[in-house]
Design a protein around this ligand. Structure first.
Ligand code: PBG
Length: 330
């Protein structure tokens, strides 16, 4: 008999004990959900990045060690970003498809020592252009789509040749996924995956990343002519549909926390692997909150990462990956 003076259903009941909370968990987060972005330096020393507290650029000679640490912590994949020396940055971004560039040397250094960790490599011209844009520009500063796309194809091919497992176009040119897929097939690289930065927004959260790859000072104007407006969700679905039709194996939403609604929408609409990128500005925001005493690091890191899984992401690119993986392993 129900007594009207008491709740008919007590949802607190399963929350009482840790074992019960574990049993009722709807979402799980494991180290296998994480992709760890690493910055590569052309110099011999480890270079801390001031606006990304706790994150450094690593010399090629030390990068395999980081990969081994990631592997030991259960992280399945790394994302690599080179800090191209300034004297190698040109209008035509030729260093992007130099088979001996920093990116390719880092890929080979890791595959030589830790062959069974996945490597995701960014395909975009911004670390190679003298003006910091993701593509080739005309006199007015407009990024030219089709010429850029041809160069992205060449960039993806040298990365695949060097041993990249997943090429990840982050440039937002139209048609580049199809062009890259066709070129990979043509080159016999049929097993190289494409993770498309499908819904990438023109965001205020990329600042520390641009310090890390030294483009902040070079960038003229903004990227609103190719990256998406934060106002748009429907357009994200169109971007995803196109990238999938062109041959992407998985799609990414970026940034992460301010766009969890997009992660959920894409997952529900397409039922494909969706990844989220918790970008540099999000990482910095969390670290500064912790430094100011506003929050506990471990709890905050795990809660934000769990939110991506709950929203429907298959995995998360995060600068907190190693710390989070070790926490989960402990
Ligand atoms: C460049 C690229 C950016 C990021 C990943 N690839 C920056 C940008 O578009 O300006 C940002 C990642 C981060 O902020 O952590 N194509």
């Amino acid at each position: 008999m129900t007594n009207a003076a008491f709740p008919a259903l007590r949802l607190r009941r399963p929350r009482r004990h840790a074992w019960s909370r574990a049993l009722y968990a709807e979402t799980v987060l494991t180290p296998a959900d994480l992709i760890w972005p690493l910055f590569i330096s052309n110099n011999d020393d480890v270079e801390p990045i001031a606006s990304l507290p706790g994150v450094s650029r690593w010399p090629v000679a030390q990068i395999a060690k980081r990969a081994a640490e990631a592997k030991a912590a259960g992280i399945p994949c790394l994302a690599l970003f080179p800090n191209t020396p300034r004297d190698r940055r040109t209008e035509d971004a030729a260093e992007a498809f130099n088979p001996d560039n920093l990116m390719c040397r880092a890929i080979r250094a890791i595959k030589d020592k830790v062959p069974d960790i996945g490597l995701l490599t960014d395909v975009a011209l911004d670390p190679y252009t003298s003006h910091g844009h993701d593509g080739i520009i005309d006199e007015s500063g407009h990024v030219l789509n089709d010429i850029t796309s041809e160069l992205l194809v060449r960039q993806a091919l040298v990365q695949a040749e060097a041993g990249s497992d997943i090429v990840a176009p982050s440039d937002m040119m139209d048609g580049r996924v199809g062009a890259i897929r066709a070129a990979l097939e043509g080159a016999g690289q049929v097993d190289v995956q494409i993770m498309a930065y499908a819904a990438k927004y023109a965001s205020a959260f990329y600042g520390p990343f641009r310090d890390a790859v030294d483009t902040r000072g070079l960038l003229k104007g903004d990227k609103k002519g190719y990256q998406m407006s934060p106002s748009n969700a429907e357009e994200a679905l169109r971007e995803v549909a196109l990238d999938l039709a062109e041959g992407a194996d998985s799609v990414m939403v970026k940034p992460g926390l301010p766009y969890l609604d997009i992660v959920r929408l894409v997952k529900e609409r397409f039922e494909v692997p969706v990844f989220a990128y918790q970008v540099s500005g999000e990482y910095a925001m969390i670290e500064h909150a912790i430094a100011a005493g506003a929050a506990d690091r471990d709890a905050m890191v795990l809660e934000t990462l769990m939110s991506f899984k709950r929203a429907g992401a298959s995995g998360v690119l995060t600068y907190h990956a190693l710390h989070a993986a070790r926490l989960m392993g402990a």
